[in-house]
Design a protein around this ligand. Sequence first.
Ligand code: NAD
Length: 527
Amino acid sequence: MPDVIADPETDPQATSAVDPARVRAWTRDVVASGPPLTTSTPMTGAPLATFATSTADDVGVALDRARAVQRRWAEVPVEERARRLLAVHDLVLARQSELLDLVQLESGKARVHAFEEVGDVAVVARYYARRGPRMLAEVSRGGVFPLLTRTTEHHRPRGVVGVVAPWNYPLSLAVTDALPALLAGNAVLLRPDPQGSLTALAAVALLVEAGLPAGLVQVVLGPGDPTGAAVVERADHVCFTGSTATGRVVAQAAGRRLVGASLELGGKNTLYVADDADLRRAVPGAVRACFSSAGQLCVSAERIAVHRAVADEFRDRFLDAVGRLRLSTGLTWDADLGSLVGPAQRDRVLAHVEDAVAKGATVLAGGRARPDVGPYVVEPTVLTGVTSAMACRDEETFGPVVALTEVGSDDEAVALANDTEYGLHASVWTRDVRRGRALAARIRTGTVGVNDGYAAAWGSVASPMGGMKASGVGRRHGREGLLKYTESQNVTVQRLVGVGEAPGLGGEAYARTLTGALRVLRRIGLP
Ligand code: NAD
């Protein structure tokens, strides 16, 4: 594969230009007759790429194409499908530098945070390739009448799964929800966010190179409405990642059509530093939890609850670490924090800070835009004195802003973590792992990290991950993350005598015989 990025020696726009020939090659098979859309890179604000968008009718055509390929794909033995997922694992690691460039150019994030996405794709591909076939295998189960009835559970593909992905993790969220759907024998209709389209297109080219049939993943390009909405209106199952507000719209559309929908939505996540926390680990852990991908991460910590006993020491060390973070928009490894994705996100973050300050909060660190670094860069910001009168107390900021609050007990920390409409993620720091587990049981979030910010829970893909309350419906990862893309089918074979058949018996005698048989089955311990 040739380099996508222009040579910085010869091209002054090297950190913003993507070779148009490359974009043309990636979009050659995309069904798109709608108006063109030009994206720009948050790194500099300069134009990045122009591509035609997919109308609602185009989405219908793409769906038909995907369905045709899916029929043949479902016939490929699952072990062979798994082998191709392992090839995805190898290719994404081998070609990471191109993907890292694209993720950075589209999202603005630091390279080290872009690498999380490469690692995520590899981990998910390996997990489902190795464990998925057994989860999908048919299982023989006891029937209603022992010996006479044999039942088997099957997992049939749903057909075409629609994946609607946001911009904040353009590689991860385009690919990792698609991989289990593909392993289960489905096709995928993928609508990446416009600001993640190049990454998604490059990733789909890699899937084909890894051996997935061309056309099995149909990419459609364009805005949420009409393109994303058209996917939701047509797919056999919808996997949506985005805000809670849009998630409710998607859920209504899926409900009207009676198709399944898994919704991965917003969060307002608390990180608790208990009085026995190891601050040498908790401080850098909190920095990562708050500022990875410049806080544009659904499981990012936007509230820190610190126990009074360690509050002063934690605050001083945390502010020191935050003050040393290196801001940059280069395609290099030396930045700790990159840019926000665009002007709307920058303005939202700054508005939250200004609102909090106007209502009495104190800025302990950051709080300002940094146009000298990049047009949408905002400093990592630590606030204290945040109250429920301020927008950033309860609304998701989705940026590098965290509110520091002192608490006097575990109970207060749990109350703060649960005092939100969301239920996505929490993080607890304590030397006593048993205490950490007990706290987790009281927190209403889909994941809890003990002595880790978010990455361990996210990367532990054998356990399901998702949101409680307004943070979502359904889960990704684990068995649930695969079987949601299947229809369970019960195939039951009845031998010799049919249920309800009573040769030579009247209804009453039949009922008496059956009552006796049921009592025997109960006595011998049958489930
Ligand atoms: P958003 O809801 O505004 O948009 C999400 C995506 O949905 C966008 O690509 C948008 O174009 C598309 N969209 C908009 N209207 C649509 C419609 N009617 N039908 C189909 N698609 C439509 O969210 P955003 O602000 O772009 O993304 C950030 C949000 O995503 C945050 O709330 C964040 O917490 C959440 N998020 C959640 C997870 C998770 O796993 N729980 C992961 C990443 C982001």
